[in-house]
Design a protein around this ligand. Structure first.
Ligand SMILES: C[S@@+](CC[C@H](N)C(=O)[O-])C[C@H]1O[C@@H](n2cnc3c(N)ncnc32)[C@H](O)[C@@H]1O
Length: 507
């Protein structure tokens, strides 16, 4: 039998995920894309931070004062361990939303984020968050919130009842993890016995297939809380209206570009719709949206819109990929969409050799090739979704954050295999996580221990065995490397990707 705290599953900890949408610099890029001004972020807050990977990365990677809470003690305690490792500017609590939102010692915030929380808490707690936004988010401040959206996530609700019932039926017959996995198997088996259900609900069957192999952790936190409230955009907009929040855009930048996501007929249907709530709700039906990740801004009463000239000068961008590739197509809701390679090749060229450039500079350069500001911004947004570019901090902020990220990355590589296996480190330049491969993480770990010249590395037999085993992960045996191959690849990595490592300052 699972235990609950205020309706939330409390005896299985959540996965250690990193979510870049919680990085204020990602939010800033979406605001740029959508022509909205963005505030200076001094104080930021994450509610329900889970294991706290995102809040720790963003605190270590910046000079922002981060605050946050998660009421599961194991979560908060792990998150605090990462904070102790980085010695960043962050204050984490293990309090309920109710207790945290009432604290008298919190500053006013420029950015408040919550990922994977809104749909899984009670309506009383959602009201608490709205009051917190009224009280503690500054006018002009930014909210990031993700949630299960309608109509797409209706299929999740369809299996949730069965999963919950089977899970309750397990009672004390098995431990929590095993009980959940059994409940899932029972659900799947039952649906397999019903050709009629399968015929009428193909998307539910597809979902069950997709969930096969998912961890008990994910299944418990996604499906087995007392609340699992999917929402129409219009409903969340209504709730957030009480805190004067106005919708800006989706964290998935490509979703904000209609030509990439909608067919011609769909675009025509939306063409004359001015009301953003109606437009977003219609879009959710057109795309059958299942999950939304949205940015909102608190109305500050000003009519000023967009980035002014000074902000365009100060906002800087950089290539963050190891091997920038020219995307010719992108896969979206309507399939494979062709991109204008002329624009992307100019942009990639402009950002070559890991130079950081201001948005003003990039826009001027591309306008020389008759590429409009709007098109340049859309291309930047698309490349950001492809993890090829990111907004970066100014040099002083990056420099001041370097010691923090070094300490955290070192801790991850040398002392926290459970987080190292997520293959992500934090950069003081982009202020957020950078995804690497498993092998690259192992090279960096070895470099911290034995230096940057693989020729000098002495790998003991035990180490080699470990490296080979970890390298296997979930992938097939054919991926196994000999020690010689491992060292060869390490040399290539430090040689070819040296500029990437220098630019992003990962170690
Ligand atoms: C699905 S998890 C998401 C965690 C994290 N944001 C992430 O995406 O990895 C939801 C989190 O909200 C926390 N939570 C739920 N209800 C809460 C409450 N009333 N007060 C504080 N934290 C709460 C849970 O402990 C859990 O860590």
């Amino acid at each position: 039998m699972l235990s609950y705290k205020d309706g939330y599953v409390s005896d299985i900890t959540y996965t250690k995920g990193y979510y870049e949408a919680l990085n204020p610099l990602k939010a800033k890029l979406v605001f740029l894309q959508q022509g909205q001004k963005f505030p200076e972020v001094t104080n930021a807050c994450e509610l329900g931070f889970g294991q706290g990977v995102s809040v720790n990365f963003h605190a270590a990677g910046s000079q922002t004062n981060w605050f946050g809470t998660d009421f599961l003690e194991e979560h908060a305690s792990y998150a605090k361990t990462l904070g102790v490792a980085s010695i960043a500017r962050l204050k984490l609590f293990d309090e309920s939303l109710e207790a945290f939102c009432e604290r008298a010692d919190l500053p006013d915030f420029d950015f408040i984020g919550l990922h994977g929380v809104w749909s899984w808490i009670s309506s009383k707690n959602r009201s608490l968050i709205v009051r917190f936004l009224q009280k503690k988010l500054k006018p002009g401040g930014v909210l990031y919130v993700s949630y299960n959206a309608l109509p797409g996530s209706g299929r999740k609700s369809a299996i949730r009842d069965l999963l919950t019932l089977f899970s309750k039926d397990q009672g004390s017959k098995s431990g929590p993890d095993e009980g959940i996995l059994r409940a899932f198997q029972q659900t799947s088996k039952l649906l397999n016995l019903s050709p009629r259900y399968q015929k009428s609900n193909p998307s539910v069957i597809k979902l069950v297939k997709k969930l096969e192999g998912d961890s008990a952790r994910y299944l418990a936190h996604e499906f087995l809380n007392e609340n699992h409230d999917a929402m129409n955009f219009t409903e969340i907009a209504g709730l957030l209206n009480d805190a004067k929040m106005r919708f800006v855009g989706e964290a998935n930048c490509c979703r904000n570009i209609r030509s990439l996501n909608l067919t011609k007929d769909q675009r025509i249907a939306l063409r004359d719709v001015d009301d953003s709530v109606l437009r977003e709700t219609m879009t959710d039906y057109l795309l059958n949206t299942e999950f939304r990740r949205d940015y909102w801004v608190k109305d500050d009463g000003s009519s000023e819109k967009g980035f002014d000239a000074a902000a365009l000068e100060q906002t800087r961008v950089m290539n963050t990929s190891q091997k920038p590739t020219l995307p010719s197509h992108i896969r979206t809701n309507i399939g494979r969409v062709k991109l204008n390679t002329e624009i992307y090749s100019r942009l990639i060229e402009s950002l070559s050799c890991y130079q950081t450039k201001s948005i003003a500079e990039v826009e001027t350069e591309l306008s020389g090739a008759n590429i409009s500001v709007g098109r340049t911004r859309q291309a930047l947004a698309v490349l950001s979704d492809l993890n090829q570019v990111a907004l970066v901090q100014n040099d002083a902020q990056a420099f001041a954050s370097y010691a923090q990220t070094q300490r955290l990355n070192r801790y991850i590589l040398l002392e926290d295999p459970s987080l190292a296996e997520r293959n992500i480190l934090v950069s003081p330049v982009s202020g957020g996580g950078i995804r690497l491969t498993r092998l690259q993480m192992l090279f960096l770990r070895e470099a911290l221990v034995q230096g940057y010249d693989p020729d000098q590395w002495k790998l003991t037999e035990a180490q080699t065995r470990d490296l080979l085993r970890t390298n296997l992960g979930k992938v097939s045996v054919t991926q196994r490397l000999t020690q010689e191959q491992f060292l060869d690849r390490a040399k290539t990595f430090f040689g070819d990707q040296g500029a990437f490592l220098d630019a992003l300052k990962l170690v």
